[in-house]
Design a protein around this ligand. Sequence first.
Ligand code: ADP
Ligand code: ASP
Ligand code: MG
Length: 539
Amino acid sequence: MTPPVNNRSGRAGFQSRHFLQHHPVQGAVQGELRRHLRKPIRVMKFGGTSVGDASAIGKVVEIIRAAARDSHVVVVVSAMSGVTNRLVAAATQSEAGDGEAVAAIFGELRRQHDAAADALIHSTAERSGFGGKVQKLLQEGDRLCQGTMLLGELTPRARDAISSLGERLSAPLVAAALAERGVASEAIEATELVVTDSCHGAADPLMDLTGDRCHHRLRPLLEQGIVPVITGFIGATPDGLLTTLGRGGSDYSATILGAALRADEIIIWTDVDGLQTADPRLVPGGCTIPEISYREAAELAYFGAKVLHPKTLRGVMQCGIPLWIRNTFAPERPGTKITPTGPPSVAGVKALTAISDVALITVGGPGLAGVQDVLGRTFRTTAAVRADVLLISQASSQNDLCLVISSALGKCVVEALRHEFAHDLAHEPAEHIALDPTVAMVTVVGQNMRSVPGIVGRTFGALGRENVDIIAIAQGSSECTISFVVPKKDVNAALAGIHKEFQLGSPLHLTTAAAIGARENCYHPCEPAEASRRPNQEQ
Ligand code: ADP
Ligand code: ASP
Ligand code: MG
């Protein structure tokens, strides 16, 4: 291992005050961790594209090297781009008994990691150490797939174990690339740190246990100036069974670890300049939002903005740590800062998002009019099959209820509802529970929309001009979101029409104050750490 970068300035007192103010009720153990560290802690998560090949990893290494000069950096990595998809395909193919397809996928994964390692690691010892790791992990994957083929069944536990391999490969690769550039680092599997419940495929952290583990495992490394490079996406139950947090879950790993460590900042490094006013793949001409509140960012993530995993903000809600989204390929740009309250004085529509892989379920018709507790029974049924209901709209009587859920769960929810109401509807000739997979859901997000009159009218006017039918509508009680269901084929037109109506492509729609505030508060890799603090965070 290369020698640690040792650059401690004497800011211990400042740090403890900062944390007392912002993280009032976290355990004493984490407070202890903070007392021993004299530089700010930055958790930096790098997504799949950011570690997608040797050239991208080279950029990641430079960002970490610069940040490690004035902070304790904790790195969280995703799998190289495309790798988790291929691992999931290998898992599915093994259930189908296609051993050749599985072998081909593992061959490709080996070539991809070897090619990146050949370009990045020149030290013979490091290169052969990483080669051995690849060999071991791919053999483990092969054994898991062989077991699945033998059983003819892919268990949730096996699916998690197979799909975890991407991060378990990328973390040692990034750690070795850092060592090559003189940054002392250690790859760590998050199974050692992130303790979760046993909900395979969508696990949630047990924060007390996670905090203790992070303290004991990471403190000695940070004290020695070693950069831990931690696998995103995965955790383990208290008994040590590997779990995953859900697809795209490395963002959530970053906030879980950030909260456990009482970090000063969490930075999600990705392939766009920050949180945009709409998905740049769907609406060209959007602009980067300089600063936004936790609540708005959480709504955007929940309603489809892929740049953040839907649960990302949960990790920091309690502790107020600023979260940045920045571009690995343009680190000089400020990115988006996500703070507990967002910038002052900005009300109105901030951004749009859409989800296309949803289905609309309608529960209604004359046969249900007299049935007791339709609402309660419907939601007990969706909860029993663990379906998240994204939108609900109900007409004046109980006989017309619309639910939007993920399309993957559509059939299963409809079957469960038909079963639930089978007795009530036994004599009804018409179908009362229907599934429509041809819809999408668009959500308009903005804090305090209540204080700006006419937003709903302008939104629907824009949809009218684009000839987009509105199938169902729901407005959050906090007026932070307005969601509506439109035909899937019209989703781009709907987004473009609303984006234009609210002039979201013009930075002027975000006040100058917000833009200036974000620029002032922005952390640049080479700036001193104090630059990233807002004045009111200091006591
Ligand atoms: P990573 O691999 O770094 O986790 P993701 O592909 O998961 O990156 O997320 C980044 C992508 O999210 C962007 O390339 C962009 O296409 C998409 N995206 C969707 N909505 C937004 C939005 N509002 N702002 C920025 N990016 C968005
Ligand atoms: N590699 C995982 C996925 O592709 C997690 C992540 O990238 O955030 O879903
Ligand atoms: Mg992602």
